[in-house]
Design a protein around this ligand. Structure first.
Ligand code: XIL
Length: 375
């Protein structure tokens, strides 16, 4: 065989081999990442439908990024880690940051071009006890007298956590829930009295956290996130707290309304709250939406669908200030409220009436389903 021909055959063989291998790898990694079939043809994509309104996000975890992978890819433009980026997930032991697990979620967002919300830096829950212990291992927040030295120590830990985490995720996480759930459920107080952050640092802990966050990543959008702050019993106190931070020039850009609701909860109250928060000049994210119903008869699911339809119609009406709506999970197979069936997809990860209802909020869920599936 002439020398050149041999070379050519050899190159062709190498090329075909490389092609087979890469196709093989591609299909294999896809199969590994996803135990679900892709959505059937004709299925509308939520992120397509809402692209001119707001980001449409989902909270995910290490398990659902595999079990719900094709739904994530098809429907969502934003991710939040359900637990993995909380203080206990990132700094279980003082000074030892572990980003590997959270990175699996953040890297998925980065690779797929999705927005990543950071949840959360400062919270009274899911935060290791060492944050609040003195050098002898005593809980500072339980002391009768808290010294200046104690305060300094806890302040340094707060700032160091924010600095390490936000620096690490700068450029990848575009928005942070800097402080979570600081408002009291008890109307006599503005701030939650049982938070160790409050007990040790006083109300200043919010200001310290937001200022530090802005210093570390000036490009990040900084949110205050909480539950029931759209309800009258908490709304005014939240406004007061936010207003006083804004008056001091504290860098805070948005408010996160969690949205752990149940079918029947007042949406008129939600609308009032949206208006008030918008008046403060803040952006609004709906950060943890899930709308429970115990009734999973056809009628119960239809009622849930109608409620979801009205909620999304409201979000669309205020899409100049609501820039992101995140569901706290994808299907009822993986939710922190397993008895409440609160999500858009059922336990088999099939679209529920609630899904069809938000596909076009001007029509009924039945019409939408028939239109898209041609049934
Ligand atoms: C929840 C998670 O969904 C659960 O898996 C975990 O056991 C507890 O926390 N408000 C928040 C979220 O800000 O972080 C909470 O997430 C739900 C309520």
């Amino acid at each position: 065989m002439p020398k050149n021909k041999g070379k050519l055959v050899c190159m062709v063989v190498v090329f075909v081999l490389a092609l087979t291998l890469s196709v093989g790898c591609f299909t294999r990694s896809n199969a590994e990442a996803d135990d679900q079939p892709a959505p059937p043809p004709g299925m509308p994509s939520l992120k397509e439908i809402y692209k001119d309104y707001f980001e449409i996000g989902a909270a995910v975890n290490l398990s659902t990024i595999n079990t719900h992978r094709s739904l994530i890819d098809f429907h969502f433009s934003s991710l939040t880690a359900e637990n993995e980026m909380k203080p206990e997930g990132l700094q279980r032991t003082e000074g030892r940051f572990s980003f590997q697990i959270a990175d699996r979620i953040v890297n998925l967002a980065v690779d797929q071009g999705l927005k990543m919300r950071g949840h959360t830096l400062v919270w009274h829950a899911q935060t290791p006890g060492w944050f609040f212990q003195d050098k002898n291992g005593n809980r500072i927040d339980q002391k009768a007298v808290i010294t200046e030295e104690d305060r300094q120590l806890v302040r340094e830990r707060l700032e160091s956590h924010i600095e390490n985490v936000m620096q690490y995720y700068a450029g990848k996480v575009y928005a942070w829930d800097v402080v979570n759930e600081a408002i009291s459920d008890d109307g006599r107080y503005i701030l939650r009295q049982d938070s160790p952050w409050f007990r040790i640092l006083g109300e200043e802990f919010l200001e310290i956290a937001f200022r530090k966050a802005h210093e570390v990543d000036p490009d990040a959008k900084l949110f205050y996130n909480d539950y029931n702050i759209e309800r009258p019993y908490k709304l005014n106190r939240t406004i007061q707290m936010l207003q006083s931070l804004l008056d001091k020039g504290v860098p805070i850009h948005g408010v996160g309304i969690q949205g752990h609701w149940s079918v029947g909860d007042s949406l008129a109250e939600v609308e009032q709250a949206i208006k008030k928060y918008a008046e403060l000049g803040l952006e609004i994210h709906i950060t943890e939406l899930d709308i429970g119903t115990r009734d999973i008869s056809a009628q119960g699911l239809a009622r849930q669908a109608e409620y979801y339809r009205q909620a999304f119609a409201l979000f669309k009406k205020y899409s100049d200030v609501i820039t992101s709506v995140t569901l706290w999970g994808i299907s009822d197979a993986a939710t922190w409220r397993p008895n409440d069936n609160p999500l858009l997809f059922d336990k088999n990860r099939e679209p529920k009436p609630a899904f069809w209802a938000i596909v076009d909020t001007d029509k009924s869920w039945e019409e939408n389903k028939a239109y898209y599936l041609g049934e």
